[in-house]
Design a protein around this ligand. Sequence first.
Ligand code: SAM
Length: 477
Amino acid sequence: MWSVVVKKKNVWQQNAAATEADELPIPQYFRSARELAFFLVEEYRRSDQFISDSMQQWERRIDLSSADWRLAMEISIGVVRRQLTLDTIIESQLTRPREKVEAPLWTLLQIGVYQLVMLDQIPDHAAVSETVELAGKLHRVRWKKMVNAILRSITRLMTTDIATEPQSNAIPLSTDRFRCFSIGLFPSPIADAASYLSKAFSFPLPVITDWLDRFGMQQTMQMAQWFNQRNKLYLRNNALQTTRDELLEELQTEGIQVSPGDEPQSIRLEEPVAIENLVGFAAGKFTIQDQSAMAAGNLLNPQPEETVWDMCAAPGTKTTHLAELMYNRGTLIATDVSAHRLEKIEQNASRLGLTCIETHLANQPHAALSEKPFDAILVDAPCSNSGVLGKRPEARWRLDEVSIKELNQIQRDLLEQALQRLKPSGRLVYSTCSFDPRENEELLQEVLQNYSSRNLVQANRHIPGSPCDGGYQALIQ
Ligand SMILES: C[S@@+](CC[C@H](N)C(=O)[O-])C[C@H]1O[C@@H](n2cnc3c(N)ncnc32)[C@H](O)[C@@H]1O
């Protein structure tokens, strides 16, 4: 079974030898989408920095139209997410070992192949010529010949045929549509399903092997595809300010396509929109939250005037939900080990007009945590994040075969602390955004053995894509 740690180095750093070309200077201003995409991916390769953090850091240097900005995001995020697929395609056309190719040149090839193979809106000739031209802009004229040769040979292999089943010459567009090449570039899905799925959907092999064992071929493909595509966003109406129906109507009047979701507060956005520009956002009428995560607050169902503890609270997406369910009446203690992230809870509470939340740093002897037991406790434990691998393009490459035991230790400690502070009549929800049983069912079973007065009353296991993020929540009484 695979497990997770935050890796110090990403896959590329491990493969790449330092070369003179590694020191390509970051431009003063980014004036082309592809150049920005190249440096975003390069920065990730060199420093392991998240694409979104580099984007923020370079914001003032970016001189692009919004369409070019979107293209740069699409390419850079796509290249990091689908690197194993891109690498497999590039390697099939290489006449020398990969280690002999300078690392930034490899990045350039990935950027070209991503446009060719994954972006329908870019004509093949533009994907090739723009990538060759970028080599010139980077003052690496000597790369042009190889970039041109490899991209053109891949163009020649591409067909317009669509298969309905996985096959060695095809990459997935969805779980029943596969774009075909004229020759097999991937392992045979019949002879070696795990290798095919790993390379074609771009996930580490141990992760895919584990999913195949637990869920079978069809569901593994569905989850991998879910993590690879852009998924719908959900909003949660703030019950203090508006009802779900009123908010639906208000958003529809603004021309936003929305529909009610499965949780009582959830609203599904049918199209991507700039959420922070919506009128109701600054006014605190809603929060962005996946409906799988909303299910945690609803399962705990805190009541007005109760005393409630959210143990791992930052940045407060669930804390604010709990406060809304309490109609801002009672005491809601929010703790976290990160002081910086605790500030986010306060910012979110302030925007939403919630005043019943008290934030405290966790594990501080002076923490003003009441000695009184709690009516309700939420333990939203740190976890492998295996249910939300699509949220960040880098997340899947941080999964590693190091033991999950470290996380289990933290989860166990938090759960035990919570059980000891719960009223005899109290309710506890243990939740994670992982669907790995070792962090959920198995851990609970082990801990509850020592608390014979407590019972697992209800458990929700969310499989990624069915229909939202993956995760787990259990109600204990
Ligand atoms: C899954 S996140 C919480 C997300 C949050 N509940 C929300 O919905 O916005 C887990 C959090 O646990 C915090 N954490 C890790 N170890 C902790 C500990 N021993 N005590 C309290 N918080 C901890 C992390 O800083 C992180 O913010």
